[in-house]
Design a protein around this ligand. Structure first.
Ligand code: HDE
Length: 697
C-alpha cells in the first residue's frame, strides 16, 4: 500500500466475509427462505410446539451459543482500523516490512482495553490500558501488544497468574469489578517490591486517560531489530498521541463510570465517525548491546524504562485510525493479538516476562476462539499468503486439494517449500549459561526508577498520586497491608509516604528492607515522564463543550458561539432544563440537544453558560453542573451569568489572589477576546492550579 492509497477500505478478508442483507429475503442458515419469523410451529393454535420446527430450533440453538469466553485479561476493549505510515526507510536497523521504504503504508487494526474488568465493565476505571496493534504487513502479521504504561508489575512470567488473580474481583464474592482498590491486589503487590515502580504509574493520571486518543503506548519490553545483513540492535517501542496526553481527574472518572460506562468507546467511535482521525507517532529507542551493558539497570527487566534523556526517541512513522469496525464481535472481539506474531526484522529479547508472553497469547486464543484455526477468522487473516501443511481442527475453513500434507515431499514438487534466504530467522544470539531458576542481580533494585518517576512529576500530578494511594488503601481493610505498602513507599520518597500515611491516619512505618546491598543508582529528573510534557495539538478539535442556556437567551449569541466552536473542530452541545424548543429573546426558538437531567457535567471538556434566567439560576442541577466543571479544573466561560457562579460558590481567583485564566466572565455579551481566552484554556485541557482552592490537605 502506498501513501496515496490510504482510503479506509476494508481488508480483503473482511471484504470477502462481508454480508449485505439489503433487499434480501430472510433465510435459515441453510439458505432456505423463511415464510413466518413470528410464530413457532404448533399442534393447534393453543397446542404444544412441534419438535420438527427446525426453523425455531436452529434459531434458538444458534442464539444459545452466541457467547464466547471473554479474554482472561483485557476483556473490555474497543478497536479501529487504520494504517501505519513509515516516515523514512529504516533498513539500516531492520528488514521489517513496515519500515522497508520511505512513506510505505501498512494496514493496521488497533485495540485499546482495560485490564481487570469484565467485558461489560466501565471504561474509565483506574487501570492500565492495553494498546495492541496488528500490522498486516506484506511479510505476514506483526502484533505489537503494548500498554499505556512503559513498565510492568512483575519481572517474570511465572508471577502473572498470581498478579491477575490478585487484581481481579476476589474469588469468593466476585467483588470488586474492574478495580484494584481491594485487599487481595494490595496484599500481593506489597509482597512484591518489584511492583513499586508500576504502582506509582498506576496511581498516576496515566491510569485514567481522558480518551484512548490521548494516551501513549509502549511495547514495554526490550525487543530486537535485525537488518538484512543479520546485524541486531535493541529497541523499545513508543506510541505518542498527536492529540497530546490528557487524563481525567479521579472524581470525574468515578462519576463517568455511572453516567457513561462507554465513555472511551464512544469517544473513539465518534471521533473516527467525525473524521477527526486519531493519530499516534511511533518512536523507537534504538541502542546497542554495549550501550545496554553500560546502564545501571538491566534492559531485560520490564519494571525499568530507559529515560529518553539516555536514549532519545527517534520518530519513525505514524498510525492513523480512520475506520470504525463494521461488527464489534467479528472484529474487535475475535481479533487475536499474539506477541509471537513477528515478521523478519523483529525479534525478541530474553526479558523473562516477554518470553512467557510468547507462549500465552496463542494458547489463550485456543480456548477463547474455539480451536487452533483462529488465524482463519477474517480479522486475523494475514494479507500475506499462507501456505503450509497445518490441517484440520475445529472450524477449518480452507480447503486444500491433493494428497500431500507434509514436507519434504516429492509428490507435490516439494511445495510449499522453505525459503532459506527470506524466511524468518531467529537472531543467533550466543548464550553459554547454566539452566537455572532466578533473576540477575540488577533486577533487585526496585525503587530508584520509582523515585525517578515520582520526582519527574509536576506538583499537580504528585498530588493526584498521593490521593490515589489514599483512596485505594482506604478501601483496603487489612491494616498490615496498608503498612506494608507504606514501607515500600518510604523507599521511594519520604514525603510521598508521609502524605499517604496522613490520609490513612497512621504513622509511617520503617522502610521495607532492600533486596540487595549493591549501590543505589540515582537518576536525574526526566521531564518526559510528566504527562504535561506532551501537550500535543494546540487546537480544540473534538473537545466537548456544554452550552448551558435558558429561555430569553440571545439567539444570535448562541448560534455564533456554536458556529465558532464547530469551525474550530469542537463539539458544542446545547443544554437546558427541558428538551424541545427554547424561546429566545427575539421570540424565535432554539433546538436543545439534551437536558440537565439526561446529561452530566463530567461528559464535557469545558462549558459556556449564557444569560441564565431566574429559574436556571436556582436549578440545583445547573448549579451542580457549574460546580463540577470547576472542581474538575475545566474551563468555564460565563456570559451574563455570574449569578450562577455565585450560587455555586465559585471564585474567579485562586486562594492566593492570582487570576484563574480558565474562568472567564463577561458581564453582558460574548467578547471576542474572552472567547479566544476560553478556547486557549480548552486547548490547555485543565487548570490544575485551581486545586489550590480545592485541596483539603
Ligand atoms: Fe498480556 N495477555 N500478558 N500483557 N496483554 C493478554 O491474551 C500475558 C502483558 C496485553 O486487545 C491475553 O488475547 C502474560 C504485558 C494486551 O486483545 C493473555 C503476561 C503487556 C492485551 C495475556 C502478560 C500486556 C493482553 C488475554 C506476562 C504490555 C490485550 C487475552 C508474562 C506490554 C490484547 C489475549 C487485545 C492480553 C497474557 C503481560 C499487554 C492471557 C502471560 C507486559 C494489550 O494471553
Amino acid at each position: 500500500m502506498k501513501r496515496h492509497d490510504q482510503t479506509p477500505t476494508p481488508l480483503p478478508a473482511i471484504q470477502a466475509a462481508h454480508v449485505d442483507n439489503n433487499n434480501q429475503p430472510l433465510t435459515t442458515n441453510q439458505g432456505v427462505k423463511i415464510a413466518d419469523n413470528q410464530h413457532s410451529l404448533k399442534i393447534g393454535l393453543r397446542g404444544p410446539t412441534a419438535l420438527e420446527d427446525f426453523i425455531l430450533r436452529e434459531k434458538i440453538t444458534h442464539f444459545d451459543h452466541e457467547r464466547i469466553p471473554e479474554r482472561v485479561v483485557h476483556a473490555r476493549g474497543s478497536a479501529a482500523h487504520g494504517y501505519f505510515e513509515c516516515y523514512k526507510a529504516l533498513t539500516e536497523f531492520t528488514m521489517a516490512a513496515p519500515f522497508s521504504e520511505d512513506g510505505k503504508c501498512t494496514p493496521v487494526f488497533a485495540r485499546f482495553s482495560t485490564v481487570a474488568g469484565e467485558r461489560g465493565s466501565a471504561d474509565t476505571v483506574r487501570d492500565v490500558r492495553g494498546f495492541a496493534v496488528k500490522f498486516y504487513t506484506d511479510e505476514g502479521n506483526w502484533d505489537l501488544v503494548g500498554n499505556n504504561i512503559p513498565v510492568f508489575f512483575i519481572q517474570d512470567a511465572m508471577k502473572f497468574p498470581d498478579l491477575v488473580h490478585a487484581v481481579k474481583a476476589e474469588p469468593h464474592n466476585a467483588i470488586p469489578q474492574a478495580s484494584s482498590a481491594h485487599d487481595t491486589f494490595w496484599d500481593f503487590v506489597s509482597l512484591m517490591p518489584e511492583s513499586t515502580h508500576m504502582l506509582l504509574w498506576q496511581m498516576s493520571d496515566r491510569a485514567i486517560p481522558r480518551s484512548y486518543r490521548t494516551m501513549q503506548g509502549f511495547g514495554v519490553h526490550t525487543f530486537r531489530l535485525v537488518n538484512a545483513q543479520g546485524q541486531s540492535v535493541f529497541c523499545k517501542f513508543h506510541w505518542t498521541p498527536m492529540a497530546g496526553t490528557h487524563s481525567l481527574v479521579w472524581d470525574e472518572a468515578a462519576k463517568i463510570i455511572g453516567v457513561d460506562p462507554d465513555f472511551h468507546r464512544r469517544d473513539l467511535w465518534e471521533a473516527i465517525a467525525a473524521e477527526a482521525f486519531p493519530e499516534y507517532e511511533l518512536g523507537l529507542q534504538i541502542f546497542t548491546e554495549e550501550t545496554a551493558n553500560s546502564f545501571s539497570f538491566d534492559v531485560l527487566d520490564p519494571t525499568k524504562l530507559i529515560p529518553e534523556e539516555w536514549v532519545p526517541i527517534t520518530p519513525v512513522g505514524k498510525m492513523v485510525l480512520n475506520r470504525n469496525p463494521d461488527n464489534f464481535f467479528a472484529e474487535t472481539e475475535q481479533v487475536a493479538f499474539c506477541t509471537a506474531h513477528v515478521v523478519p526484522g523483529i525479534d525478541f529479547s530474553n526479558d523473562p516476562l516477554l518470553q512467557g508472553r510468547i507462549h500465552s497469547y496463542i494458547d489463550t486464543q485456543i480456548s477463547r476462539l474455539g480451536g487452533a484455526n483462529f488465524h482463519e477468522i477474517p480479522i486475523n487473516k494475514p494479507l500475506a499468503p499462507v501456505h503450509n501443511n497445518q490441517r484440520d481442527g475445529m472450524h477449518r475453513h480452507e480447503i486444500h486439494s491433493g494428497r500431500v500434507n507434509y514436507e519434504p515431499n516429492s509428490l507435490a514438487g516439494g511445495c510449499p517449500f522453505q525459503t532459506a534466504m527470506s524466511g524468518y530467522k531467529s537472531y543467533p544470539e550466543p548464550i553459554a549459561a547454566d539452566k537455572v531458576r532466578g533473576s540477575p542481580e540488577l533486577f533487585s533494585d526496585h525503587y530508584s526508577q520509582a523515585r525517578l518517576f515520582w520526582q519527574s512529576q509536576s506538583p499537580a500530578e504528585q498530588t493526584h498520586i498521593i490521593s490515589a494511594f489514599r483512596f485505594e488503601l482506604t478501601r483496603v481493610q487489612t491494616l498490615a497491608i496498608r503498612m506494608r505498602v507504606l514501607s515500600l513507599l518510604v523507599n521511594v520518597d519520604g514525603q510521598l509516604a508521609e502524605s499517604v500515611a496522613k490520609g490513612l491516619g497512621i504513622a509511617v512505618p520503617p522502610p521495607m528492607p532492600l533486596a540487595s546491598t549493591a549501590p543505589i543508582p540515582s537518576y536525574p529528573i526526566s521531564p518526559a515522564l510528566s504527562l504535561l510534557s506532551h501537550p500535543g495539538a494546540t487546537g480544540i478539535a473534538t473537545r466537548q463543550v456544554a452550552i448551558l442556556i435558558s429561555n430569553g437567551v440571545d439567539h444570535h449569541t448562541v448560534a455564533a458561539l456554536a458556529e465558532d466552536l464547530r469551525n474550530s473542530g469542537a463539539v458544542p452541545t446545547l443544554i437546558s432544563s427541558r428538551l424541545g424548543n427554547l424561546k429566545t429573546a427575539d421570540g424565535s426558538t432554539l433546538d436543545i440537544d439534551t437536558t440537565l437531567e439526561a446529561s452530566a457535567p463530567v461528559l464535557y471538556d469545558g462549558m459556556i453558560v449564557i444569560q441564565v434566567d431566574e429559574l436556571l439560576k436556582q436549578n440545583i442541577d445547573a448549579i451542580d453542573f457549574v460546580r463540577q466543571q470547576y472542581r474538575h479544573c475545566k474551563p468555564i466561560y460565563a456570559i451574563a451569568s455570574d449569578s450562577i457562579l455565585t450560587a455555586a460558590g465559585i471564585p474567579s481567583r485562586f486562594s492566593d489572589g492570582t487570576v484563574d485564566h480558565a474562568m472567564i466572565i463577561d458581564q453582558a455579551t460574548i467578547q471576542a477576546d474572552s472567547l479566544t481566552q476560553f478556547k486557549t484554556a480548552l486547548a490547555g485541557h485543565r487548570s490544575f492550579e485551581r486545586e489550590k482552592n480545592l485541596l483539603t490537605g
